[in-house]
Design a protein around this ligand. Structure first.
Ligand code: NAD
Length: 325
């Protein structure tokens, strides 16, 4: 068994832990990589750079970057050698892309998870932390979402994420591989790509405000979301990788507070000293009206709580994007 001093973990061979971060060049993955390195761990990134970016990753000793596809078992198996912990972030994270290409995206979003689990089992990995999604809940009106509610996936993306959670549980029960699925709600923070209208709404609003353009709101802006800052998501991943009580669980990772898009934009406008004047356009088909999470399980099982309040996270993000208060 390993011992933990902070998060610099020494494995049973007395060596520094090696973490594999799939999708480590992406938004969330790159923050996990940064934290692991800062804590003194060795990190291997496996990424195909389809949406990830080399510039998201630091030039640091202890970081190995491999260009490869999680949909290719041989590649995943080869890069699993000597790994102690896996953070499986790689995915086609765009719901519309999974709708237009369900077969192609499934190779990453479900097959990729199965490849990671099977390679981890074969290589004797201690723990796999999986980036699951609140998309598993679909549009069930019952709020806040609890992990024991029946799932209702409404897209190939959600189906693949849910199937991946089940695969994690199966590997835990059948093979004793320690797995933890974290159902992220709406994550925001630096390095989130604003180029797609479907990417995080905060990154899209921030991009518009920085460029002095009017943000667009689909529908009346009364729809709500539960936003969680990326540093809190990183901390949840570290807890999921280290807490004894975590394995075998699926856990919501969110702030537990829901905010309407109108209120969100008002707060961002106030920070940027901009006028609140969004352009309202027709509601998007398939958009969920309200979303909020119950985070009791994260508090109990992971001993994790979000530390960054929405307005504080927004100021930090806008400053990182070049906004001068
Ligand atoms: N951002 C959110 O709010 C959110 C919410 C719920 C779940 N998630 C999940 O969190 C994870 C990270 O999301 P993100 O927002 O950082 O997205 P992202 O697109 O920035 O990161 C995904 C990374 O995976 C890589 N990748 C894609 N296909 C790959 C493949 N076949 N092989 C290897 N690498 C591949 C991409 O190049 C990218 O670096 C994803 O699994 C996503 O589904 C994100």
């Amino acid at each position: 068994m390993s011992s933990s001093v902070g998060w610099v973990i020494v494995n049973e061979h007395g060596k520094q832990m090696l973490a594999l971060v799939t999708g480590g060049a992406g938004f969330i993955g790159s923050h996990i990589v940064e934290r692991l390195l800062a804590d003194g761990n060795r990190v291997r990134v496996l990424d195909d750079f389809s949406t990830g970016n080399r510039e998201n990753l630091p030039e640091l000793e202890g970081l190995e970057i491999i260009t490869g596809d999680v949909g290719n078992f041989e590649s995943v198996r080869k890069n699993m050698e000597d790994v102690d912990v896996v953070f499986h972030e790689a995915a086609v994270a765009s719901v519309p892309r999974t709708i237009s290409d369900p077969l192609g995206s499934q190779k990453t979003n479900y097959q990729g998870t199965l490849n990671a689990l099977e390679a981890a089992r074969q290589c004797g990995v201690r723990r796999v932390v999986f980036a699951a999604s609140a998309a598993a809940y679909g549009d069930d009106p019952e709020l806040p979402k609890r992990e024991d509610m029946p799932p209702k996936p409404l897209s190939p993306y959600a189906v693949d994420k849910l199937a991946s959670e089940y695969a994690c549980q199966v590997y835990y029960c059948l093979h004793g591989l320690e797995t933890v699925s974290l159902r992220y709600f709406n994550v925001f923070g630096p390095r989130q790509d604003p180029s797609s209208p479907y990417s995080g709404v905060i990154s899209v609003f921030a991009d518009k405000l920085i460029n002095k353009e009017q943000p667009t709101i689909f529908g009346d802006g009364g729809q709500t979301r539960d936003f969680v800052y990326v540093a809190d998501v990183v901390e949840a991943n570290i807890k999921a990788a280290t807490e004894k009580t975590a394995p075998g669980n699926t856990i919501n990772i969110a702030s537990g507070i829901s905010v309407s898009l109108n209120d969100l934009l008002r707060t961002m406008c106030a920070i940027c000293d901009s006028e609140f004047s969004p352009v309202y356009v027709e509601e998007r088909q398939g958009d969920i009206r309200h979303s909020s999470a119950n985070i009791d399980k994260a508090i109990d099982v992971l001993r994790w709580e979000p530390a960054v309040k929405l307005d504080v996270g927004l100021v930090s993000l806008l400053q990182r994007l070049g906004y001068e208060p």
